[in-house]
Design a protein around this ligand. Structure first.
Ligand code: FES
Ligand code: FES
Length: 401
């Protein structure tokens, strides 16, 4: 097995794989990115086309180990891409797909054409797409769709991107010999054992910053001085023990933690496995934890960021939290923002109680449930709301304002 570090869909990935594993199998089987299809597995049909350092490449005849340091973009990574969005709409409008098997590879190649060739006519489009075979449509709808996007962009005066954004000369992927401006030979070897079996947590060994889709502001107070609370926040094992559903999967380091958090919302139970980067500033008693995790069963993934700041308040501490997250997959469909906000509030209340007990010298182990049970929390919230509502009704009857 070889440890491979590369970027897939703008996420840093570090996974071990057999040297013979091709890039298509790598993204499909190790990362669950099954939008990349395999047809001929001989570099002929184009179904497996992905972007390698921004250039369309056949992932079935590209070894994953040869992509060390490369930037790989699969069709999933083009979800928010403007040109691909236009192409998808045009494919639908022009009936450019039937079974859809060729479509991911076709879209990746078509996007490259649209970017590079603003004057492309039907003949040039047919030549440009000749490396992508479709057994269903007869190509007429595909060519019409691509041509309509090119014409629409020309009408909007959108300039072509020289060479489709290629940054390097030479064969596809040849820019991968450098990574972040550092030659591969000069890079420090990966810290992990290259013989280690694949661990999902390895997927996110490098954790980038991100812009969260949702940000929640929360705060709570504990009856202990900020210095004591800050020291406790540096003890990752203790903090994990206070967080309902959380557990560590590897010994924590001051700057990094690997762990799991179990969540159950209605019928969906998920265990997010992932890693987090830890930053702390003793001067203003603040910190930041940025993490990523995946649950394979529900095909959900999340990126999260917790910022905290400790403010002295009397003899105690006010803990100010800003929690940002982006959730995708099945859980995102059941976890409406209002529900997640309420759950987060409840979770933080439990965390604060456990933290307070721990700071007072009482173990939180008994208090922290083994699973963050969404339904239990929901019923708790409903109970609290009914009690509040009944209280309001009673005071209304008494003539209270
Ligand atoms: S599966 Fe790669 S070109 Fe056909
Ligand atoms: S739509 Fe079926 S192979 Fe192209």
């Amino acid at each position: 097995m070889s440890m491979i570090e590369l970027s897939v869909n703008r996420r840093a990935v570090r996974i071990s794989a057999e040297p013979r594993t091709n890039l298509a199998d790598f993204v499909r089987e190790k990362l669950d990115l099954t939008g990349t299809h395999l047809g001929c597995e001989h570099g002929v049909c184009g179904a497996c086309t992905v972007l390698l350092d921004g250039v369309p490449a056949r992932s079935c005849i590209t070894y994953a180990v040869a992509c060390e340091g490369a930037e790989v973009t699969t069709i999933e990574g083009l979800d928010d891409d403007g040109v691909t969005t236009e192409l998808r709409a045009a494919f639908t409008r022009e009936h450019a797909l039937q079974c859809g098997y060729c479509t991911p590879g076709m879209l990746v190649s078509a996007r490259d054409l649209v970017l590079r060739l603003p004057q492309a006519d039907e003949r040039l489009i047919r030549v440009g797409l000749s490396g992508n075979l479709c057994r269903c449509t007869g190509y007429v709808g595909i060519v019409r769709a691509v041509q309509s996007v090119i014409e629409a962009r020309r009408a909007r005066d959108i300039a072509p991107m020289p060479d489709g954004g290629r940054k390097i000369l030479g064969p596809v992927g040849s820019g991968r010999s450098t990574y972040g401006g550092v030659d591969r030979a000069e890079r420090a070897p990966p810290a992990a054992d290259s013989q280690a079996p694949f661990e999902p947590a390895d997927v996110v060994a490098l954790i980038p910053d991100f812009i969260p889709a949702t940000v929640l502001e929360q705060q709570f107070t504990v009856a202990h001085p900020p210095e004591q609370v800050f020291a406790m926040f540096g003890d990752i094992a203790a903090i994990a023990a206070c967080l309902p559903g959380a557990s560590l999967t590897a010994p924590p380091r001051p700057e990094r933690v690997e762990g799991a958090i179990r969540v159950k919302i209605g019928p969906i139970a998920a265990t997010f496995l992932g890693s987090a980067r830890i930053e702390r500033s003793a001067s203003d008693m603040s910190g930041r934890i940025i993490g990523m995790g995946n649950d394979r069963r529900s095909r959900s993934s999340t990126q999260g960021e917790i910022r905290y700041r400790l403010v002295p308040i009397g003899q105690g501490t006010r803990v100010e939290l800003s929690i940002g997250y982006t959730l995708t997959g099945m859980l995102a469909q059941v976890g409406r923002p209002g529900l997640v906000r309420d759950l987060a509030a409840r979770l933080i209340a439990e965390f604060a109680g456990n933290l307070d007990r721990r700071l007072s010298g009482t173990s939180a182990a008994d208090a922290a449930p083994a699973e963050l049970n969404g339904m239990a929390l929901v019923f708790g919230l409903l109970r609290a709301r009914v009690v509040r509502w009944l209280g309001r009704s009673a005071s209304d009857k008494d003539g209270a304002p």
